[in-house]
Design a protein around this ligand. Sequence first.
Ligand code: GLY
Ligand code: MN
Ligand code: MN
Length: 466
Amino acid sequence: MPLAPTTASPALVRRREALHARLATPALFAAGEAPSRNYPANRYRFRAASHFSYFVGRALPASLLLFIDGRTELFTHPPDPDDALWHGPRPELECVAEELQLDRVRPLVELDAALAPYRGSVATLPTQDAATQELVSRCLGREVRAGTGAALASPLDAALADAMIALRLVHDDAALAQMRFAAAVSAEAHVAGISATKPGKTELSTLAAMLSVLRGAGLEDAYGPIVTTHGEVLHSDRYDHDLRAGDLLLADVGGETPEGWAADITRTWPVSGRYSATQRAIYDVVLAAQHAALAVCKPGGRYRAVHDAAKRAIVEGLVLLGVFRGEVDGLLERGAAALFFPHGIGHLLGLDVHDMEDLGDRAGYAPGRTRSALFGDGYLRLDRDLAPGMCVTIEPGFYQVPGILDDPRRTESLGEDLRRDVLARFSDVRGIRIEDDVLITSDGHEILSAGVPKDPAGIEQLMAAS
Ligand code: GLY
Ligand code: MN
Ligand code: MN
């Protein structure tokens, strides 16, 4: 497997120019620092903040990028012999400026003085760690909080957030090259996970097979991997179950490139290699819901309509299986879909797996649109009209969550039309999710994660061959 492409500097320059064209004030972006684990020198892996990465393309810790008067300047630690002893030599600042086509690269100690004449007029975005929060607050002379999300402290910052959203919502070719690579490798990891699964093995053994493919191609996890026979726990972070023949295994695993561009893929497969009749019946309902959602994935399609299409297909399928009794419109109005599909159909994908969620719903919701107050719909993270170049996930699911199905507040509107006797026949289905990464194109969409099968026959064939 080749390594991830590197974004060429001219593409980074075009992004910086696009931001300059939208800026009325100076703007400062912090890369952040890796927090220490148990003592200062032992740190967590460094991941640069996504807004910084978007313009710099390299993970440079403790660095800040300043947009000012049409120039772009980077402030960072100069190379230092003590650091070189432990971590290897780093290029001189002039070389960094030349390679990344920056107007200037300056020692970090100069940042304070450089900002002094502009205090009060420099926009920034929430930092991702406390040390950087302190540094940026000091340099800007105002409190900048870490992870403040939608509640941006000043109108300056809100305007910068809106400019970043406008840029990052639609991906350029360099971003798409990164995301295609992340999706292709992550799909290959799923193929490895499917092939490695056997009764008597463990969730951990499948996880290890998947991570081996990601790491081998230089990808880190884009989020905490989910590999579980308890798919009803939507974001399960346990890997301590053995794999038994009757289980379904749900894997939601995606990598990110060294520049931070993410993939987010879920498949659900039978440990035995063959779906039982009941597992297959529900799997087909979820797959139909994904196809129904994908049909709306085209320019001008509204993401809420994508979500609604999936909900309708889930309820239609469950009516056909006898789990619900009644007519689909009425069942939908009574909240039937959220009983088994309690989350949104997906989210933006880019440098963050839930792209720009650090800015709260400002990124995911078009102006004038807000989250629903209804259970299930309220977890929809995106409600924008789709446009070419946007990338979203499409991830319908079916889950039997005891905390929902045993809660009369959730089920009373369905009464006897939720046929628990029929549902009991599907007890070998705890959770199924099928998730793909979808690029909106000028005439429809392209599935970036198509490298791993999702049709049941394709998955069974893969398992039979391994
Ligand atoms: N992997 C997290 C999600 O699908 O949203
Ligand atoms: Mn997702
Ligand atoms: Mn996922």
